[in-house]
Write a protein that binds this ligand. Structure first.
Ligand SMILES: NC(=O)c1ccc[n+]([C@@H]2O[C@H](COP(=O)([O-])OP(=O)(O)OC[C@H]3O[C@@H](n4cnc5c(N)ncnc54)[C@H](OP(=O)(O)O)[C@@H]3O)[C@@H](O)[C@H]2O)c1
Length: 267
């Protein structure tokens, strides 16, 4: 793939899940990968897989919620790579909890904002001068289809992803004409360690990890502002136009779905 071959791509959350798979697909297309996440042994495993297939990868073990450590990691990446073409802000955590069960859990909201929003913004701000100097670069922010429809039980997670989407739009409107491309990827449910934490989702139909990783590859190849399912696009348009109707009509659907999935899990 000529759009990817030879590019240096920084991807966070590359030690597992969609990030690992995207790193493998991008390396196969000829990209040089900077793999970022906390677990060094898992990063080494992904690096070795890439190298065994003839690709190039460097690892940067870091807790992205630690601002000092993130700065040191950004310094290393900038020093070790003359050119950086793409940053994929993929690392995240999700919390599934009703707002009523989170009345004394303000930390749910702080923790999701810290990794899903602040660390993505922080790393973007650190790499942005290089993109501007090069007069080219791309930021790919990973979001979720669940911000395109009203979904219950994920208030902390979804608010952090919505903040990231809003940042993407600001980045694009301010710097799009200076060579900085910005893409937001709205994944539906994908079978990964993150979604597997919710037991009742065991029997839910989900996208497989290879297809999801392909969406990140496609965001880089096409440099499109949005990678989304058609359902996500239609839902976001209808939600914007008719918020009362959409929220009232989907509420019973989600209650029924949760009951059905819980029943399936028990049987
Ligand atoms: N799975 C889904 O159904 C789904 C749906 C919509 C959107 N998404 C989005 O897709 C992206 C990938 O999700 P996934 O399902 O692949 O998740 P995952 O399997 O849980 O992987 C999350 C990745 O983020 C890294 N990470 C977490 N906290 C970190 C921290 N503090 N510092 C550095 N790295 C950290 C983890 O590595 P370490 O533990 O090694 O740090 C791991 O590599 C996320 O942005 C998620 O919100 C997923």
């Amino acid at each position: 793939m000529s759009h990817i071959n030879g590019k240096t791509i920084v991807i966070t959350g590359a030690s597992g899940g969609i990030g690992e798979q995207a790193a493998l697909q991008l390396a196969r297309a000829g990209a040089k990968l900077c793999l970022v996440a906390r677990r060094e042994d898992e990063l080494q495993r992904v690096q070795q897989m890439i190298q065994q297939e003839g690709g190039q990868a460097w690892i940067y073990p870091v807790d992205l919620t630690d601002k000092v450590a993130l700065d040191a990691c950004a310094d290393r990446i900038l020093a070790e790579h003359e050119r950086i073409d793409v940053l994929v802000n993929n690392a995240a955590r999700s919390i599934r909890r009703a707002i009523q069960d989170a009345l004394d859990r303000m930390h749910d909201y702080e923790r999701t904002m810290q990794i899903n929003y602040f660390s993505a913004v922080h790393l973007t701000l650190r790499l942005l001068p290089r993109f501007l100097e090069q007069k080219s670069g791309q930021v790919v922010n990973i979001s979720t289809m669940s911000t395109q429809v009203p979904i219950p039980l994920f208030s902390a997670y979804l608010a952090s992803k919505s903040a990231l989407e809003s940042f993407s739009r600001s980045l694009s409107i301010e710097l799009g004409d200076q060579g900085v491309a910005v893409s937001t990827v709205y994944f539906p449910m994908v079978r990964t360690p993150m979604s597997s934490k919710t037991a009742i989702y065991k029997h839910m139909r989900m996208m497989n990890i290879e297809e999801a990783a392909g969406w990140i590859v496609s965001a880089i190849v096409k440099q499109s502002a949005r990678v989304s399912s058609p359902l996500g696009v239609v839902s976001s348009v209808v939600l914007t136009a008719l918020p009362d109707f959409v929220i009232k009509s989907t509420r019973p659907f989600f209650r029924r779905m949760d009951k059905k999935l819980a029943k399936k899990l028990k049987s």
